[in-house]
Design a binder for this molecule. Structure first.
Ligand code: GLA
Length: 387
């Protein structure tokens, strides 16, 4: 891939002298959904697919961007003196947001850049192509300008830019999973204090299969921010009678005893999901450590039910993928992953059942939804690197 992007870089920008090549992964979350802005736990991992980039410093303050995924848009120009979110800037709002965020955090970017990207994460799939672009951009800035930003800070800067430049009130999970990824490990992250632990994923005889619904969704326009507000209101209602900081502080039993403080029934369901999903994630990681993969899978399934019935972020496409997966022998667990409202599902499938899984889920999905799903057997990869 390094050769491909440097060759294209030369084609687009005249030559590739002085250009360096980088990579940042995508991510999939195994369990712990919509818990990261509720002070709960998540359990994501970085993937071997992601965003490749070539970049070089310029002598002026110009910024030039080119994406091999959006070739028809050509070179998009901007400047370090114009770091404002603009609708017409399209995907370049992500790298520009990171440059803006570096400035806000006190890092000086002394000159402009020519950047070329080539991602192999399906766009809008829910595998965090945008966070991957953010982290590769941050890594480029840190490396090219010798800023020495730690990977954890890259994650925080990425989230800061997404929240404040791109207007999506996301949690820390995606950027953290990508910046801190470790081959063959998932990350058990406590989002209340960012303490974390790597957990090796040894799926002897099974694979991680991503089923992509191909239902396009934009996080900004989705109900993501609305769910977040519902959880914040529920927390305030509970806090009126109990000293907690986040919904993640509550056990299931504690929640059951205080839940009527949450006045609205839908809002009570959202809070229930946040509490139970956090506890499920803790249990799932314990199960994995005890080599009880069957229990891990069962908790994944329960996670989906909760996201479907209580959090209501699945929809017909994701439910069809997951509910069909559940009928297949050899499926250890299956659930939606990421924000929901489209995007993809993650399933743990025994090796010998993978072909049948893809065939059966694919056919049934097409017959119910009317268009195809895509399937990816993925591997767990590491964080950002120079190629
Ligand atoms: C998106 C957000 C994350 C997280 C998930 C849901 O991926 O970017 O911060 O909230 O949704 O778990």
């Amino acid at each position: 891939m390094k050769d491909i992007i440097l060759k294209k870089f030369a084609e687009v920008y005249g030559d590739a002298e002085g250009a360096r090549a980088f990579f940042a992964p995508g991510r999939v979350n195994l369990i712990g959904e919509h818990t990261d802005y509720n002070g709960g736990h998540v359990f994501p991992c970085a993937l071997t697919i992601g965003t490749y980039a070539a970049a070089r410093k310029r002598e002026d303050r110009k910024l030039r961007f080119f994406s091999m995924n959006f070739e028809h848009l050509g070179v998009i120009e901007s400047s370090l003196d114009d770091l404002e979110p603009r609708r017409e800037a399209g995907w370049t709002n992500y790298p520009k947001g990171v440059m803006w965020a570096f400035g806000k955090k006190g890092y000086e970017i002394p000159c402009g850049l020519d950047i070329l990207l080539n991602g192999n994460i399906p766009n809008g799939s829910g595998l965090s192509s945008s966070a991957s672009v953010e982290i590769v951009t941050g890594y480029i800035l840190s490396e090219l300008f010798g800023l020495g930003v730690s990977n954890q800070d890259l994650a925080l800067i990425g989230q800061f830019s997404e929240n404040n430049f791109n207007g999506v009130n996301c949690g820390i999970m995606d950027q953290f999973a990508i910046a801190m990824g470790k081959k063959d490990n998932a990350i058990f992250l406590d989002t209340s204090d960012l303490s974390y632990e790597y957990a090796p994923i040894r799926l002897d005889g099974a694979k991680i299969v991503i089923s992509c619904s191909n239902k396009k969704r934009g996080l900004g326009s989705s109900k993501y921010n609305e769910r977040r507000e519902e959880c914040e209101t529920a927390l305030q209602e509970i806090q009126a009678g109990m000293g907690i900081n986040t919904l993640g502080d509550l056990t299931e039993e504690q929640f059951e005893s205080v839940k009527m403080a949450v006045k609205d029934e839908d809002r009570r369901k959202r809070a229930k999901h946040a509490v139970y999903e956090n506890q499920r994630t803790i249990k799932a990681v314990a199960a994995l450590k005890a080599n009880d993969i069957a229990l891990f899978g069962k908790l994944m399934n329960e996670s989906h039910v909760s996201l479907r019935d209580d959090y209501e972020v699945t929809g017909e496409e994701l439910d069809t993928l997951v509910e069909t997966a559940w009928t297949i022998d050899g499926v250890i667990g299956s659930r939606m992953t990421g924000a929901g409202f489209g995007g993809c599902t993650v399933s743990i499938v025994k090796d010998e059942a993978v072909d049948e899984f893809i065939k059966k889920v694919g056919e049934h999905y097409k017959s119910v939804i009317g268009y195809e799903a895509d399937f990816y057997v993925v591997e767990i990869g590491s964080g950002p690197c120079e190629l």
